[in-house]
Write a protein that binds this ligand. Structure first.
Ligand SMILES: Cc1cc2nc3c(=O)[nH]c(=O)nc-3n(C[C@H](O)[C@H](O)[C@H](O)COP(=O)(O)OP(=O)(O)OC[C@H]3O[C@@H](n4cnc5c(N)ncnc54)[C@H](O)[C@@H]3O)c2cc1C
Length: 475
């Protein structure tokens, strides 16, 4: 082919990029395009933090391309309209892109295919953001896996892919293009958001630096410390994997290199624990792709019958970090201020919303999407349904976290609580997770009383779930 458009979607990088490699190999010229479809981002519930991350990644991509002699064309609007117009204006023969798996993203891809096809242009989409997609790993009965452990076993048995070559000067020639290009809206890059982005590193270079630092300094300790929010023990790669500023095969290659260089079995085990987390990401991706109803409803129909509480005051207390449970409040204040939350804390606050406040997991799912820099429908929905006990590989409904016990176990010195709940910054260690034991402390500091009592709510939650199960709805 003479000229092909590469349409950047959730793959904001030049290296290890499947569609870009294919375009570079098969076309004489590749024209890089990004389409900012604000309506789609808004209807997906993307947070400002996520849009800021994306905007900074697109700006970095633009710079990287410019350094190689290419101009990234940025358009704003509906992809099906913009891409047809660009194909005509540039006399491009086809559009290449990497696949996305959310229901709405698939619909967009369908519309783009139809529009390009109707106008006489080609369209090809490639698997890129995951190692194994939708129907590639199935049970012996030929069905998608709905339980994680056998899925992970089957996943590991398939072998590791190597990074793709990406965009190389050798296989594509630069050209200057004479079409209209837009700027991304500047409002997302407020100083607050820029500060947030700096924690994760900007774009592909930032993501690769974060990845290498994690593999050099932390991966061998990951298994031991990953559950402690006060410790900088996880990779923080989630926004990079969400927006594709780092390729999954690159992450796996770095991980396998670290594993090969490990001196002790414990270090290798730690690498394996990290691999398991990456497989959770793929597990939820294939769940969403194969069971798209999870985006609207419980995976298990019986839990659609739960009569959730609609107590708005409780919900507000949860959102603002004012529930009176220190670890829950510290977590929510951290999420509100930074757009990111440690996995252990995501589990604690999700369990608290659903099992203590008895509020529908979908309210929490939506709130997370409005705040998280790494908000991702598949992982977020999977995490929420797991905690609520309504999902595929769900924690059974009777598994209910005790927020005090979780705080004491995973933040034993109360460091995380003290960092985010200034009212408790100088609380004595024995009170930091149970400040209500000294009413004068609450009075002095203004820290709120508990909105509900865990012991009572636990019994209510068990009844609620049990009675929903007995009514058994069916899809
Ligand atoms: C209620 C709830 C909501 C969540 N929402 C999201 C979300 O919107 N986006 C998101 O990327 N993750 C989500 N997760 C999963 C997990 O909390 C984050 O991926 C993780 O905290 C990101 O930090 P990290 O990159 O340092 O993770 P690390 O521990 O370093 O893990 C490495 C990578 O593995 C993947 N991963 C790790 N744990 C999980 C998991 N349980 N499910 C899926 N992928 C995982 C992520 O891509 C992560 O970047 C959610 C979990 C829960 C319980």
């Amino acid at each position: 082919m003479k000229r092909v458009i590469h349409w950047f979607r959730r793959d904001l990088r030049l290296s290890d990029n499947t569609a870009l490699s294919a375009a570079s190999a098969r076309a004489e010229e590749v024209v890089p395009v990004y389409i900012f479809d604000e309506a789609a981002f808004r209807s997906a519930g993307c947070s400002n933090a996520a849009l800021a991350f994306m905007s900074s990644a697109v700006a970095a991509l633009k710079e990287s391309l410019r350094a190689r002699g290419y101009e990234l064309i940025i358009r704003r609007g509906a992809p099906e309209t913009e891409l047809v117009e660009l194909c005509k204006a540039l006399s491009a023969e086809a559009v290449f892109c990497n696949k996305c798996y959310e229901p709405e993203e698939k619909r967009v891809e369908g519309r783009v295919f139809a529009a390009l096809n109707g106008a006489g242009f080609g369209f090809e989409s490639f698997k890129d953001s995951v190692v194994w997609e939708e129907q590639e790993i199935l049970t012996q009965a030929g069905k998608p896996f709905t339980v994680f452990t056998p899925y992970a076993k089957a996943w590991k048995a398939r072998g590791m892919p190597s990074p793709r070559p990406g965009f190389t000067r050798r296989c594509a020639r630069a050209r200057s293009v004479e079409v209209r290009s837009h700027e991304l809206p500047a409002e997302f890059l407020s100083p607050k958001n820029s500060e947030l982005i700096s924690v994760f590193g900007v774009g592909e270079q930032g993501g690769l630096a974060l990845l290498r630092k994690f593999m050099r300094d932390r991966v061998y300790e990951y298994a031991a410390v990953r559950d402690y929010p006060a410790v900088e023990g996880t990779s923080r790669l989630s926004p990079h994997l969400r927006w594709g500023t780092v390729g999954i095969r690159t992450v796996l290659a770095e991980l396998m290199r670290a594993r090969a260089e490990a001196d002790a079995p414990g270090q290798r085990k730690s690498c394996d624990v990290f691999l398991t987390e990456l497989i959770w990401r793929e597990f939820y991706n294939q769940i969403l792709a194969n069971f798209p109803h999870v985006a609207q409803r419980s995976f298990r129909p019986e839990y659609e019958a739960i009569k959730w509480s609609e107590n708005r005051e409780h919900f507000q207390a949860w959102c603002w970090g004012m529930t009176g449970y220190p670890v829950v409040d510290a977590a929510m204040r951290c999420l509100n201020a930074t757009g990111w939350l440690h996995n252990r804390l995501r589990m604690i606050v999700a369990m608290f919303l659903t099992k203590d406040l008895l509020i529908n997991w979908q309210w929490g799912e939506r709130y997370f999407m409005q705040k998280l820099v790494d908000g991702d429908l598949a992982a977020n929905n999977g995490g929420w349904q797991w905690c609520a006990g309504t999902g595929t590989d769900a924690a059974p409904y009777f598994r209910i976290f005790n927020p005090v016990a979780q705080g004491k176990r995973f933040d034993p010195r109360g460091e995380f609580v003290r960092r985010w709940v200034p009212e408790l910054a100088s609380a004595p260690p024995e009170l930091v997770h149970e400040p209500w034991k000294d009413p004068s402390l609450l009075k002095r500091t203004g820290y709120p009383c508990r909105v509900v009592l865990h012991t009572e709510q636990r019994i209510r939650a068990l009844e609620l779930y049990k009675s929903a199960r007995s009514r058994k709805a069916a899809y």
